[in-house]
Every structure is written in structure tokens, then in C-alpha cells.
Design a protein. Structure first.
Length: 622
């Protein structure tokens, strides 16, 4: 296959010959060195959590961290109780949550269940985040070395870039799904192996298993990988230099794809049904596809969590939020990638030109998709309509956020850098001045985007009421318990504490609300969390803004109805409640809850109010 040009077909394995011991040892030393550097960078980026994982949280995205910790805790519950991995009624009582329609990382929650049980979901979260970053860099290194380049240093530099590029560091702010970018090189590895003669059944079956596993970790990332693969293969196959090669490989590849589709279809039959047609499913997303787009200027800008950002050169305002700085390659790197494409094109044989052309097409397609329905330049939405405008209603595209397509552009840039570095290091005809110019360009492009550690902040500690199981005296088997305020993405303490009880095993409680994606948005689309009811909105306003309302008997009657809807047995208020920016207004919540519900009990460091179904919490004259 020409992706390995000037070598012959991708399926052509070198003839068996006794390999010398020294090169094998040298290869393993390189592998270990790259793995160690990648792990070191992963620990560097996540150091703020490792310092105190039980009391610190990623400050830019406390809600997503709470959700993923909940999913990891649910993994322990799943194995201990034989529950449904794709639907739960423990959250969003009484309706439940469709986990298949959320980023529920089922594979991780099961594989890391022993660690979660032993050390808690906080440790599992930071462990997975660190390994995701390091593993992605190492997987790209191995992929590039196997399929595209000869020089290990070229594969290492490009692999580390792909694993720790600004877009992936941005998503390290709480996203265990999008930091699992090792999925792309692993899946692509087996896509390229599909053409091996006589191995269509084995390769197809392995790819099918990989697709099923990847779906449960990062469905959106898998969609991007599949779409990028399709665009690349079509562009490569249509090239005159490789058309005959593609035609010869087509029967084997199509047969392997058929096997992969059958295997993945069988393994994913139930989760796909739940995702598209199960209870509490929805169409679209709870996020605006005109807001979560890439600004054209962001590609030549620097992110906030980079060396250039530390030096004051950041343009983070161009992103929708700090977790979505998904391009931010910087002007030097953008120039280097374009110059590398020109350099490679001029020196490439026809087969390799087909690969470069296909890579360029993939990069261009995903760059345009990342810009969303309308072109944005310097935070100004122009009247220029882009292709995504006609894709927003299509399945899969309707649930994707356009800005995240730029992660594929980042990976294409990494592949181009690997090819350019490899060509420079292997071509004896390259002049010393060219070597020097490109070495300086690589340094100027990559040094400014060296990542900085994630920002972290403190979070409220787990109260003894939860840690010591005192809550069990207030909630029967299958009962409903809630912290105040009721859990949402900007006040997530209650969701975290349920996650901790799930990780310990034993009897559990259900809770209303939570941070998840579910139905209830405009025009039948999804939304973030459950639709507000009057009582949870009343208490949330007190927590978030310090607003203390004048409670009326009508409010108390509405509270009775809301608690009856949720089936709540008790609510509690800890000594400290936290949100994305630190402590919330606990005193305002206590005043509001007391006026609404009456006197509370002090138990295990929290204020507890029993809720008796069918009885008004408090009725006062006046």
C-alpha cells in the first residue's frame, strides 16, 4: 500500500530472516524511552490531581469529572449487582438515565473496577486520564513507525505531538473519552491490515472487536476515525498512481469490512438499540452546534495551557470554553505543516504522492467541518454558510460538536510532521541548509505548544454522613436521597458522593437530577440534565447566587409535589458545597431549605431533612 511507499504493498511482510540481537535491543530501548517520556509528560500534565486526588478537582470542568467518577463508581455496582451497563435508575429519579446515549466509558468502568473499589473513583479517574495521554502518544509512535516512517526519532516526535497537542490537553480538562485518542492509531492499524491476502476473516474479526470496544469508550471519536478513514481511502484509491492497487485489494478489503461489520453489529446490537431507541434517549445534543465551532483564527493561535500561553501569547478567547480549545496549533506549526506538505510533494514518488494527497484531503475536509454551519473569524460569525449547515440534521452529525472535528486536523498535522522528519533524516540528497532550516522550524513550532499542567482547585470533602453510611437510617432499600442543591453540572457534589457509595458496594440510594445528557431540549432534542422543577431551581439559585427568596405556602405545596415526583425520602446539606469557581452560598441554602422544609437534624456533619411523602413539609400562616 502506498502509505508505506517507497516500500511495496502494505501487506508485503519482509522475508523471514534471523534478526540481529542488537537492533532488537535497540528497538526495545527506543520503545521504553518513548513510553517513559510519554508517561512523564502525562504525569506532568495531571500533577495537580495527583498531589491530592481526593480533595482536588479539575477547575475548568468539575461537572465532567463528576460524571466520569460516577460512571467509574457505577462500574463497581455493575459487577456487584448485575445491572444494565447502558441504563440506570440510580440517577435522575424516577426516570433514569440512558448511559448508551452518554459518554459512559463502559470498558474503562469495568476494567478499572478493582482499582475503583480499592482506592475510589478519584484515583481511577486520574489514572485513566494520565494513561490516556501517555498511551495515545505511544500508540501513535508505534503506528507511525510500523506504517509510515523508518526513523524512530521521527515517529517519536510526531507521536508525542499527537498525544499532547493543544487540542488533547484542552480535552484533558475532564474528558476521559476524547483523551482516549489511542483509539485512532489502533483502529487505523487494523484498517491498513485489512488488505492482507488470506487474512480477511481474522483481520475483520479483530477490527470488529476494536470497533465495539471503542464505541463504549469514545463513540464520537470513533465516528471521526471512521469518517477520516473513509475519506482517506476514497481519496487514495481515486489517485491514478494507486487506482490499480486499490482495485486489486478491494475484494479482500470488502470481505474483511463485512466481517468487521457483522462482529461489531452483534456486539453492539443492544447498546446501539439503547442509544437510538432506548428509554430516555434523544436526538441531537444539549449543546449548540453554532456555538461549539472553531474560529478560523484559532488554528494559528496558541492555547492557554501551553508554554506560549504562559508567556502571554494565548488567544483562548477564540474557543467556546477552556475545554474546547481543540485546534490552537499556532502560526509557526501551521506554516511548518504547509511547508512540509510542499517539501514532501516535490520529492515524492507517485505512490507516496497519493498518500500525501489523501492526507491533505482529510485535513481539508475536517478543517472545514470544524468551522461549523457558518464561518467565524475573530469571534465574529459571518454570513458565509459552510457545508456543516446541511449536515446538522443527519444522524451522528446531529450529535457531534463541529469544533471537535479539528482533532483530526491535529492528527493529520502529526502524520505530516512524521513524514517530513523521516524524509529529511533518510534522504541523502537533502542539503545541510535544508536540514538546518527544518530543524529550526520544528523547534519554533513545537516548543511554544509544550503543555502546562492542568489547573485544579479544591472541592468539598465527603461528609461522614455519606462516608460512614449514616444515610442508610434515612433511606429505605431503593429509596431516594439528595444533597442540596440537587446535583447539576455546576453543583455536582451530590453526584460525586453517590459515586463514592457506588464504589464501596453494598446498598445504594437513588438520586434526582445529576449531570448527564437526556431528553427535554427544544424541538425534541437533548439537553444537559433534567428539566428544572420549581423546587430544585429555588434551591439552586440560593446556592449559586446567594438569593434567599420569600417562601410562601404555595412554594411549600409545590415542594411537596416535586418531592413526591422524585420519590425523595431525605435531603441533606453538608458544611461546604462547591461549584466550578469554588464554594457556593451554603448559608443561603440552609435558610431557604429551613424555611421551605422546617427544622433539620445534625447528623454526620450535615443537616438532614426527612421528607414524608404526602405530607406538606411546612405550612405557615401569612
Amino acid at each position: 500500500m502506498s502509505v508505506t511507499a517507497p516500500a511495496p504493498a502494505a501487506s508485503a511482510e519482509p522475508p523471514p530472516s534471523p534478526a540481529p540481537v542488537r537492533p532488537i535491543r535497540a528497538a526495545w530501548r527506543w520503545h521504553l524511552l518513548v513510553a517513559a517520556v510519554a508517561l512523564g509528560l502525562g504525569l506532568w500534565v495531571t500533577q495537580g490531581l495527583w498531589v491530592d486526588p481526593y480533595h482536588r478537582v479539575i477547575s475548568q470542568n468539575v461537572g465532567d469529572q463528576a460524571f466520569f467518577e460516577w460512571v467509574l463508581g457505577y462500574g463497581v455496582y455493575l459487577l456487584g449487582h448485575g445491572a444494565d451497563p447502558f441504563f440506570t435508575n440510580l440517577m435522575n429519579a424516577p426516570l433514569g438515565v440512558n448511559l448508551a446515549a452518554n459518554t459512559s466509558i463502559t470498558v474503562y468502568s469495568v476494567l478499572f473496577a478493582p482499582l475503583t473499589k480499592l482506592a475510589g473513583p478519584q484515583i481511577s479517574f486520574v489514572t485513566i486520564l494520565t494513561l490516556n495521554l501517555a498511551g495515545s502518544a505511544f500508540a501513535w509512535y508505534l503506528f507511525l513507525l510500523r506504517w509510515l516512517v523508518k526513523r524512530r526519532v521521527a515517529a517519536a516526535v510526531a507521536g508525542l505531538f499527537c498525544g499532547f497537542a493543544p487540542g488533547f490537553i484542552s480535552h484533558a480538562n475532564g474528558h476521559l473519552n476524547f483523551t482516549s485518542s489511542w483509539i485512532a492509531p489502533v483502529v487505523l492499524w487494523w484498517v491498513l491490515k485489512l488488505r492482507e491476502p488470506g487474512r480477511w476473516l481474522r483481520n475483520g474479526a479483530i477490527l470488529g472487536v476494536l470497533l465495539a470496544m471503542s464505541f463504549s469508550i469514545a463513540a464520537e471519536g470513533l465516528f471521526f476515525t471512521a469518517l477520516a478513514s473513509a475519506v482517506f481511502v476514497v481519496a487514495w484509491a481515486l489517485s491514478p498512481a494507486t487506482r490499480a492497487e486499490a482495485r486489486a485489494a478491494a475484494p479482500t478489503v470488502l470481505a474483511a469490512i463485512g466481517v468487521a461489520a457483522v462482529v461489531a453489529g452483534v456486539l453492539l446490537a443492544y447498546p446501539l438499540y439503547m442509544h437510538f431507541a432506548g428509554p430516555q434517549t434523544f436526538s441531537g445534543t444539549g449543546f449548540s452546534q453554532r456555538h461549539y465551532v472553531e474560529d478560523l483564527a484559532s488554528y494559528i493561535s496558541f492555547s492557554g495551557r501551553s508554554l506560549a500561553g504562559w508567556a502571554g501569547l494565548s488567544s483562548s478567547y477564540l474557543a467556546s470554553n477552556p475545554t474546547e480549545e481543540t485546534s490552537f496549533l499556532g502560526l509557526p506549526l501551521t506554516i511548518l505543516v504547509i511547508a512540509s506538505l510542499v517539501f514532501l510533494w516535490r520529492r515524492a514518488a507517485p505512490g507516496r504522492r497519493a498518500t500525501i494527497r489523501a492526507l491533505t484531503v482529510v485535513g481539508a475536509v475536517f478543517l472545514v467541518l470544524s468551522l461549523g454551519p457558518r464561518l467565524n473569524v475573530l469571534k465574529f460569525e459571518t454570513s458565509v454558510v459552510l457545508p456543516y449547515q446541511w449536515l446538522t440534521k443527519l444522524p451522528l452529525f446531529d450529535s457531534a460538536l463541529p469544533a471537535r472535528f479539528s482533532l483530526v486536523v491535529t492528527c493529520v498535522a502529526g502524520v505530516v510532521l512524521a513524514l517530513a522528519a523521516d524524509r529529511l533524516l533518510t534522504d541523502p540528497n537533502t542539503s545541510t541548509s535544508t536540514h538546518t532550516a527544518f530543524a529550526a522550524a520544528f523547534a519554533a513550532a513545537l516548543v511554544p505548544i509544550i503543555p502546562l499542567p492542568l489547573l485544579t482547585t479544591v472541592r468539598s470533602p465527603e461528609p461522614a454522613f455519606i462516608a460512614d453510611g449514616l444515610w442508610k437510617k434515612y433511606v429505605p432499600e431503593g429509596g431516594v436521597l439528595s444533597a442540596l442543591p440537587i446535583a447539576v453540572n455546576t453543583a455536582d457534589d451530590g453526584q460525586r458522593w453517590q459515586a463514592y457509595t457506588l464504589a464501596r458496594g453494598g446498598r445504594q440510594f437513588r438520586m434526582p437530577g445529576g449531570y448527564f445528557l437526556g431528553p427535554g431540549g427544544r424541538n425534541g432534542t437533548g439537553r444537559v440534565g433534567a428539566p428544572w422543577r420549581q423546587t430544585d431551581w429555588l434551591i439552586f439559585r440560593a446556592a449559586a447566587y446567594g438569593y434567599i427568596p420569600q417562601i410562601s405556602n404555595a412554594d411549600r405545596e409545590q415542594a411537596r409535589q416535586d418531592f413526591a415526583f422524585w420519590g425523595v425520602n431525605a435531603v441533606f446539606l453538608p458544611d461546604e458545597i462547591t461549584g466550578p469557581n469554588g464554594p457556593l452560598f451554603r448559608a443561603a441554602v440552609e435558610v431557604t431549605a429551613t424555611d421551605l422544609l422546617g427544622p433539620s437534624e445534625l447528623v454526620g456533619g450535615v443537616r438532614v431533612w426527612r421528607i414524608r411523602p404526602g405530607v406538606d413539609p411546612v405550612t405557615r400562616a401569612g
